[in-house]
Write a protein that binds this ligand. Sequence first.
Ligand code: SF4
Length: 360
Amino acid sequence: MKNCYIHIPFCNHICSYCDFCKMFYNKKIVNNYLDHLEKEIKSIYKNEILDTIYIGGGTPTCLSIKELDKLFSVINKLNMNKDIEYTIECNFDSITEEKLKLFKKYGVNRLSFGLESTIKSNLDILDRNINKSKVIDNIKLCRKLGFNNINIDLMYAIAGEDIKDLEKDLDFILSLDVEHISTYSLIIEKHTKLYINNTKYISEDLDYDMYKLICKKLANYNHYEISNFAKDGYYSRHNMCYWNNKNYYGFGLGASSYILNKRINNTRSINKYLEDNYILDYENLDISDIMDYEMILGLRLVSGVNKKLFYYKYKKDIYEVFNIKELIDKDLLIDNGENIYIPLDKLYISNEILINFIKE
Ligand code: SF4
């Protein structure tokens, strides 16, 4: 196991679309949570040298300096490769120079900011706030402190949004000149405020036009995954581990792990977690499930699935396992001799292609 996700479920504010495992920040719970997180890690971690660590949430940066220091002291006990990619998710409202300096001190070298949008009507729907000049100042500060690997999340396809709004958001993000941009078409999940308010999706045609605009405007970035764009050398190594179907630890409330042939889901109940009942359920995977994941995840990458690597891992020819000939004949997949991949102009309908690899 070389990759590790750590979940910090606290937020100062709850966004209308949020389906993540989160709760309002509560000082008393945070301290206790960090103690149990340490216990969970100690009980499962096998001391491997880690290539990536990703601290996500929630909003990890809503923790105080003292709490962050405690979190990093726990993580610091993990064995880290000297070339580790060490990411923390940040919020522009709760980041400070002191916190950034603390990240540096502990070796964090990648920052991932949730911006989502700068358009007032979008932010009103998402229940979020963004102050553009604060964003610019924060990015400058990160640069000054030596962070040279920054991601920004963009959300689009928000009710009432038009193509010009999206263009403004993209222009703003491009002006920040960050190394990585992740884009998300809004999904209205059950139990969210948006769902309860019966918020409507934008039309499929507009959603498609928006996706095309994103690809066009971000043409100077490498479009390496359906929704992810990076400058040379700045692909998210942590996320690549998911798409390459590699094993990873997931520690913390609601986190998931993929260890050997098991997908393990942690509880989303804070009470259970604080009683050290970390695991909610798990699924044992057989070799055919694992090969399905290899395709479903790998085909999200623009480069697709490498045929030799597939054979090396499973001792089977990819054509023997999957009926992909038909998809190739329909130009929904391409075989360039080395890799099987979804052509760029079909990435937008990737879900319809990937469904062929999902068992009934
Ligand atoms: S979207 Fe992020 S900041 Fe908003 S409530 Fe969810 S986890 Fe918290």
